[in-house]
Design a binder for this molecule. Structure first.
Ligand code: SAH
Ligand code: SF4
Length: 345
């Protein structure tokens, strides 16, 4: 749903502007899934609106549910037939989080990421990004799932800062008090490190959380894992982060996927600590160690003991470090596994 499009359609159809308020409430507060369900709208108006400003920019092809019900992955079809994936997770009994996509594919090409194995097909529109949240709210209502969906992470397919304008507009849609009304502090955007956009993001959205996908703290290794590092090496990233912290004074999360024998050794933890020390106060820097979800790549997950040793080294240096439990593996909906299969598309 694109509010500007709906309002323009109302005008074109000669319908009063206050109809928008009815549509808005039905869509955002009651999570209805079509104009048809909004009974206060005249029947003729419902069809005409769907024609001019379709209620949703995407439709469900299928939803896979994990055996414990805590993770669900949707295959969503866009109006041009392209397909993206979106994930709904329940980290605690009453709270739901969605992991949404910003692009069909991704051009960055991180070597361990399933999306990175595809190339970029296109950016999503702000409406397509935000509609993933609307979709899941509608789904929860239909399925009778209890609890609220009030956390959004931009960690699905694509690099949010490679389509900064679309991402920015979608953030405005999500946090609009008269729209989806998600609290800014409940939204996190994850980037592989487009340095200038990190600073711009700090200026534009000082309340929204930033996660940086680091994965290595030496340029040689990081360039191998995240090719974007050639354009924005670690020194540039550190500078951008310092500026970001000066602008926002907000905690930054560092994502670090542990890969066996590659970036999980004690010297890798030491390099990470050295690099972090150059950025800012430890209280503002939080390292999320991520257990690698197997993808069709030569990488292997770290042994648990090595993960704990790595975590201890980072914590001993005064930084927060957590090992992230990954929900969603059962539906291949965990981070980095989002990839549209040929047979599905
Ligand atoms: N493009 C953005 C956001 C999407 S990726 C980014 O890279 O930050 C979301 C997170 O999943 C990133 O931290 C990414 O590095 C991580 N990830 C990618 N592949 C993974 C895998 N196979 N196992 C675990 N995490 C992975
Ligand atoms: Fe793209 Fe993020 Fe995957 Fe890297 S990890 S290829 S930036 S989606």
């Amino acid at each position: 749903m694109d509010p500007a499009k709906v309002r323009a359609a109302l005008k074109e159809l000669g319908l009063p502007a206050w109809r928008w308020d009815q549509i808005r409430r039905a869509a955002y507060d009651q999570a209805v899934s079509s104009y048809e369900e909004i009974s206060v709208l005249p029947a003729a108006a419902r069809a005409a609106l769907e024609e001019k400003a379709p209620f949703w920019s995407l439709t469900e092809r299928r939803v896979e549910v994990s055996p414990d019900g805590r993770a669900r992955k949707a295959l969503l079809v866009l109006r041009d037939g392209k397909v993206v994936e979106s994930v709904l997770l329940r980290p605690s009994p009453t709270r739901w989080t969605t992991c949404i996509s910003t692009q069909v594919g991704c051009a960055i090409g991180c070597t361990f990421c399933a999306t990175g194995l595809m190339s970029l097909t296109r950016n999503l529109t702000p409406e397509e990004i935000a509609d993933q949240v609307l979709f899941w709210r509608g789904y929860m209502r239909r399925e009778g799932l209890e609890g609220r969906l009030d956390n959004v992470v931009y960690m699905g397919m694509g690099e949010p800062f490679a389509c900064y304008e679309q991402t920015a507009e979608s953030l405005r849609l999500l946090t609009d008090q008269k729209g989806l009304a998600i609290g800014a502090r409940h939204v996190s955007v994850s980037t592989s490190g487009i340095a200038p956009k990190i600073v711009q993001f700090g200026r534009d959205f000082p309340q929204i959380n930033l996660a940086l996908s680091l994965h290595a703290a030496t340029d040689e290794l990081r360039t191998r894992l995240v090719p974007l590092n050639k354009a924005y090496p670690l020194a540039k990233l550190a500078e951008a982060l310092k500026e970001y912290l000066a602008l926002t004074n907000r905690k930054v999360f560092f994502e670090y996927v542990l890969l066996k024998g590659e970036n999980d050794r004690p010297q890798d933890a030491e390099a990470l600590v050295r690099w972090l020390r150059g950025i800012g106060r430890p209280a503002l820097l939080h390292v999320n160690l991520i257990v690698f979800n197997q993808t069709d790549t030569p990488h292997r997950p770290t042994d648990e003991a090595d993960a704990r040793r790595f975590q201890a080294l980072v914590m001993d240096a005064g930084f927060k470090a957590t090992v992230r439990q990954n929900l969603g593996r059962d539906v291949e909906g965990a981070c980095g596994q989002l990839v549209v299969l040929e047979k599905a598309a």
